[in-house]
Design a binder for this molecule. Sequence first.
Ligand SMILES: Cc1cc2nc3c(=O)[nH]c(=O)nc-3n(C[C@H](O)[C@H](O)[C@H](O)COP(=O)(O)O)c2cc1C
Length: 189
Amino acid sequence: MRKLSLILFLFAFSHFLFAQEKPLILITYYSQSGNTEQMAKAIGEGAQSVEGVDVKLLPIDQVLQDDLLAASAIILGSPVYNANIAPAVQEFINSWPFEGRPLKDKIGAVFSTGGGISIGEELVMLNLMHSMLIHGMILVGGDTVESAFGASAITGEGPFDLQEELDPIFLKKGEALGKRVAETVLRFR
Ligand SMILES: Cc1cc2nc3c(=O)[nH]c(=O)nc-3n(C[C@H](O)[C@H](O)[C@H](O)COP(=O)(O)O)c2cc1C
């Protein structure tokens, strides 16, 4: 009788485990000329390469509050505007629910694209991180020291100017960030 109860318990428990939804990773961005969107897509590919997570990629103006609440991780990207985050991204963050801190303990990560070398990308990534910390999120940086704050790309200076696509060196950082966030989400589960 004991054996039968144990078998039934194990069966019910494994059923419960498999019935659970996969954790959702929301990748969201503002992009006027497509650079930040390209980085978002690379991050999405990296996240999707990890089994056991769902990935949603949306421009900020299509994100509903339910998307934010349902996500286990939010990866947010902004272009550099005068060494700051784009105003639309600031407005988006200002609209996040705060009462009761429903975003607390979600994983957060950031990305950015900027025209020039050392004229704002890092500031933008840190700025996005500050806001995530206000909401109690747990931050994850990129996979290597070269992407310690997140994934970023130069789009308008030196060898990176006038390229149709972001340079692979930057896209790889994006993929690795997405993969790392997905793996972290699964580990936290
Ligand atoms: C109003 C405005 C201000 C900008 N200011 C900066 C800046 O301070 N530093 C920088 O590196 N790039 C700056 N840029 C360039 C953008 O950050 C860069 O082109 C970025 O890749 C655009 O991203 P998107 O294609 O996703 O819109 C600025 C662009 C605009 C439109």
